[in-house]
Write a protein that binds this ligand. Structure first.
Ligand code: EPS
Length: 395
């Protein structure tokens, strides 16, 4: 339905993304894409790259005079590192055999990174052949795809926000799910956290980890508002909305856990305290729930309530001061891994990427349920579904 592919390496010339399945007539600007990419660069604790990386965007196809054509949308994001370093990255990452290699191979894989398994799987002795693609730089291309999905969803009254609820040992106190109205405040905060005290403590934690050359993980919450009841399905394992969200969120670099609604916590409760009571709204002729424990998904389908997912990111496996033991794959000597420039934490940015992945899953489900070759047709189909629901015996 809606699908996308990315290509490109972190220090290569560019990332590219192709998004297929968008309807015609969607208003798209380079500025809207750049704004989302700017949000992805946010967050205290990012490395030096984020200060000079500009995410130079060029739309190569699928958009004419500010609107999608219904054809695949192709976007290139140039890598500033490549431009700036003709002697280093342009040679190191050159596609021509005669240009390389220019550096010693990286033979001491970082524990917790894709390095070693990737070297074994693809037959490389230089872990740069793995890490350049495993890098979270790739999420810039996903955010471009996600911006297009968000723009489409916005025409259907769906919007998505994220905020940071934990970095390392510091957790923000529980609060109701944020809405789009909170986004400005979230993005203005150094770590994209709504609680000022927690935010300040998170920054202190990041500074301490940075001093030690260490890294920190954390948790973000993503919330989608305006999702109609009935996206996804209970009828097959691979049509369940929560399963799709979990897979999409788990695919983000360094993510190790995803929960929908109260997730792990409900396992410890009794059934009478684990589900969301159903009420009736006679004006809207809908069935609001009085709590959000299920995170807006019941039986693999959206319930009409906000869809809420939490995403846990491990501390980045690249350490500014490597201390974890590894083995040099050529000499078999025990050592510590090679040093690679890195962020102390990327949790605030991961929230923006998580919004992106939720948007792409929801847009795919919208395409599946409502179809439509034009933005207007999808909007009509959605309105007709909701009207039919209100006029049915259920409404
Ligand atoms: C990353 C390491 C760092 C991050 C990078 C992800 O890259 P570099 O080694 O070039 O400083 O900055 O993130 C991005 C470049 C980005 O755009 O998010 C890694 O190893 O995953």
């Amino acid at each position: 339905m809606l699908r996308f592919l990315t290509a490109g390496e972190s220090h290569g010339p560019a990332l590219v993304v192709i998004v297929e399945g968008l309807p015609a007539g969607l208003e798209v600007t380079v500025e809207a894409i750049q704004e989302e990419l700017r949000r992805r660069r946010l967050g205290y604790g990012r490395g030096p790259r984020m200060r000079f990386e500009v995410d130079d965007v060029r739309i190569l196809g699928g958009v004419r005079h500010g609107r999608t054509l219904g054809s695949p949308v192709a976007v290139e994001i140039a890598n500033t590192e490549w431009e700036r370093n003709p002697d280093k990255w342009q040679r190191e990452m050159s596609v021509r055999a005669e240009d390389g290699p220019t550096q010693q191979p990286l033979t001491q894989p970082r524990p917790g990174h894709a390095d070693l398994a990737g070297m074994q799987k693809y037959g490389f002795v230089d872990s740069r052949d793995v890490l350049e693609r495993a890098s979270a730089r790739e999420t810039a291309a996903r955010v471009v795809a996600g911006t297009l999905a968000k723009l489409w969803l916005a025409t259907l009254g769906v919007d998505i926000v994220s905020h940071v609820v934990r970095i390392g040992a510091v957790a923000a106190p529980p609060r109701p799910a944020p809405t789009l109205a909170d986004l400005e405040q979230i993005d203005a905060d150094e770590v994209r956290c709504l609680d000022p005290d927690a935010s300040a403590a998170m920054v202190v934690g990041i500074k301490e980890a940075a001093k030690d050359g260490d890294s920190l993980g954390g948790v973000v919450e993503v919330v989608a508002h305006g999702v109609p009841a009935g996206l996804g399905s209970h009828v097959h394992w691979d049509r369940k909305l929560d399963a799709k969200l979990a897979a999409a969120l788990m695919s983000i670099q360094a993510v190790k856990g995803v929960e929908i609604g109260d997730g792990w916590d409900v396992a410890a409760r009794r059934g009478s305290e684990a589900h969301d009571p159903i009420t009736w709204d006679p004006d809207a002729r809908t069935y609001p729930r009085t709590s959000a424990r299920a995170g807006g998904v019941e039986g693999g389908m959206s319930s009409g309530e906000p869809v809420i997912a939490r995403v846990a990111m491990k501390p980045l496996a690249s350490l500014n001061r490597p201390t974890l033991g590894t083995v040099d794959v050529l000499t078999k000597e025990e050592t510590v891994s090679f040093k690679e420039r890195t962020d102390v934490t990327a949790v605030p940015a991961m929230g923006v990427v998580a919004e992106t992945m939720v948007a792409l899953v929801l847009a795919d489900e919208v395409a599946r349920k409502f179809g439509g070759d034009t933005v207007e047709e999808t909007r009509r189909n959605r309105a007709a579904y909701l009207a039919a629901l209100r006029d049915s015996p259920l409404g």
